[in-house]
Ligand binder design. Structure first.
Ligand SMILES: NC(=O)c1ccc[n+]([C@@H]2O[C@H](COP(=O)([O-])OP(=O)(O)OC[C@H]3O[C@@H](n4cnc5c(N)ncnc54)[C@H](OP(=O)(O)O)[C@@H]3O)[C@@H](O)[C@H]2O)c1
Length: 256
């Protein structure tokens, strides 16, 4: 059976561990972290260790730690020439693992949080490998847990990642601001949720260019001025201005 050792105990480690445990063709040989105890709700089924020197044998070592730590962790994994070592970062080059014979990347193009269940099978996995042998193993593992496996090199992946920051991280932060504004006026922030879902759902049918509404796309300077006045003493005044100017600047393209 194809065995995987997950290194890290955060969001991505949690989701990979869960999907591996649920798959009868895969074996989760170990989870390695630095905590004393694992905080996954399914921890009883897991061989957990907090010492990288006690790392178990596995076909694949999946490094799921913060980007800045990948290199350091990779260097601590010794003598695994029959296995593949992979990280799952969007913006980290594959070569950060070049101290190994077989290495690669398995980047889940999804926002993963322990608290939120997801259908991992539908999460696109962007994969890269340093040689044929690594690719075979990474591809086998990825196809066992996901139905959208896409070959993508480090340069392309960096662009995918920056694009993901816009459509997910920034959009989520905009929702945070939106709720803050409502809360500051003691308005129930839940009233905005149907708008939040429709904003995402409409992209199934329309391109963002076609879906854009609001005062900036309409070049409605009267409303924009009113909004800026409401935000005069807010931290979000400049953000509103920058985003509005960006929409105004691209309006011709947006309306074509
Ligand atoms: N979350 C996502 O949506 C997402 C999606 C795609 C790809 N990724 C990538 O997946 C990787 C993990 O992200 P994540 O969201 O799972 O991060 P996370 O929840 O913050 O977890 C980070 C993990 O790294 C460990 N860590 C941090 N510094 C360390 C160090 N110096 N030594 C040992 N372990 C250390 C943490 O240990 P402690 O818990 O003990 O601090 C934790 O287990 C990153 O490369 C990220 O770019 C994330």
């Amino acid at each position: 059976m194809f065995s995987v050792c997950v290194i890290g105990t955060g969001n991505v480690a949690y989701h990979f561990s869960k999907i591996i445990l649920e798959n009868k063709n895969l074996k989760l040989s170990q989870v390695i972290g630095r905590k004393k105890e694992l905080d996954f709700e399914f921890k009883l089924n897991i061989n957990y260790n907090n010492n990288l020197n006690s790392i178990a044998d596995a076909d694949l070592y999946l490094i799921c730690v913060s980007d800045v730590t990948i290199k350091e962790i990779s260097k601590k994994i010794k003598d695994k020439s029959n296995s593949v070592i992979a990280h799952c970062s969007g913006s980290t080059n594959i070569n950060v693992l070049k101290n190994h014979k077989n290495f690669g990347v398995i980047y889940p193009l999804q926002t993963l949080t322990k608290k939120k269940k997801i259908d991992f099978y539908k999460t696109p996995l962007l994969i890269e490998a340093n040689n044929r042998n690594s690719f075979k193993k990474i591809n086998f593992f990825s196809k066992s847990i996901c139905n959208q496996v896409i070959k993508c090199n480090s340069d392309e992946r960096a662009y995918v990642h920056v694009s993901a920051v816009f459509c997910n991280n920034f959009v989520n932060y905009m929702n945070f601001i939106s709720q803050k504004i409502l809360e500051s006026k003691k308005i129930d922030p839940k009233i905005i949720l149907p708008l939040v879902s429709e904003t995402a759902n409409k992209l199934v049918q329309l391109r963002p260019i076609e879906a854009q509404t609001g005062p900036a796309i309409r070049k409605d300077m009267v409303t924009i001025k009113k909004h800026l006045h409401l935000l005069e003493n807010s931290d979000f005044f400049y953000l509103y201005k920058i985003l509005t100017n960006s929409i105004l600047k691209n309006t011709d393209e947006l309306q074509e």
